[in-house]
Design a protein around this ligand. Structure first.
Ligand code: ZN
Ligand code: ZN
Length: 312
């Protein structure tokens, strides 16, 4: 008989019921999302529209145009002009080409995107009053994507979300009690275990013990890093290599996903995690009532499937 198991994520303080008995067949229980189609007309992120916009940063290409461009979100959730929702909300347009899909980006292109995140985070950290930033990317409709043109978003705010405050408290507690960083320890442990997905210079990828989503994957820096801004070029490339493999796997299975990372400015005791959250399941009544999440695919099975895909 397949055993279900209640697991706890100690840092996020979250319970997950890993329930393979509900799924049985890993493929039968997940909702797929067809690849998004860019319309034949230019969208708001296409160069013909975007070239008139002011920008925060561009990476130029060799022909005098741009490869990556950062602009203000035209429909911001927060803004420096809004006293009651103060912050920054930017879009990172990852390619001028409308039909390019993230899973087909090269390692170099993904590493460039990560370096653009780092550059913007460095500026936001210096912006008056801002204390926290979240970087996220939505791929596929089930992941909340509304524009097929490849892009990601960065939001920086004055308020620190309660979940982030409690995560920080847990990092602090670990330092105080055991003089160690829990994620440095986690990176070392998962590198060898059954949930290992892969390794690259500077980072390790694995399926977390209390994964909330089927095929959830985390990329952790092997050494203590609080922010992407602390990564050197080799570490950016290493993280990009793992990210490319993970999203390649998810694209093959037509799973929508979010890529997320965040940073509490100046919280040196915290350890960065780049999380890939596939959205093949809907959160239902249980999740919305008490935050307990049911995941029908065990992280150990997920990691084994990732490894099999990588060795092909
Ligand atoms: Zn477009
Ligand atoms: Zn650490």
């Amino acid at each position: 008989m397949i055993q279900n198991e209640i697991r706890r994520d100690q840092i996020e303080n979250r319970l997950v019921i890993v329930a393979p008995a509900r799924g049985r067949r890993p493929h039968g229980v997940l909702r797929t999302s067809p690849p998004e189609q860019h319309s034949s007309k230019p969208c708001v992120l296409c160069p013909s529209r975007l070239d008139r916009e002011p920008f925060h940063l561009i990476l130029p290409d060799t022909r005098g145009s741009w490869r990556i461009k950062v602009v203000d979100n035209k429909f911001p959730a927060v803004s420096l002009a809004d006293r009651r929702a103060y912050g920054l909300h930017e879009l990172v347009v990852e390619t001028p080409l409308p039909r390019r899909r993230f899973e087909n980006f090269s390692v170099r292109e993904i590493s460039d995107i990560l370096s653009v995140y780092a550059a913007r985070l460095a500026v936001m950290r210096q912006t008056r009053k801002l204390r926290y930033a979240a970087v996220y990317k939505n791929v596929g409709e089930l992941a909340g994507s509304s524009l097929p043109h490849a892009h990601s978003q960065i939001i920086a705010t004055v308020v620190v979300p309660p979940a982030v405050q409690s995560r920080r408290a847990r990092f602090k507690l670990a330092w105080r009690r055991r003089r160690h960083c829990p994620y440095c320890a986690l990176a070392r442990a998962e590198k060898k275990g059954a949930r290992r997905i892969g390794e690259s210079p500077g980072s390790v990828a694995f399926a977390p013990h209390a994964a909330a989503f089927p095929f959830e994957a985390w990329i952790l820096p092997s050494s203590h890093r609080t922010s992407l801004t602390e990564f050197n070029n080799q570490e950016l490339q290493g993280a990009a290599t793992l990210l490319k493999k993970i999203v390649g796997f998810l694209a093959r299975r037509r799973l929508a996903y979010n890529v997320v990372l965040d940073e509490l400015f100046g919280a040196k005791e915290m350890h960065l995690a780049i999380k890939v959250l596939p959205r093949g399941t809907f959160w239902a009544g249980l999740e919305l009532t008490n935050g307990v999440i049911v995941n029908p695919i065990s992280p150990e099975v997920a990691a084994a499937e990732y490894r099999r895909f990588f060795t092909k």
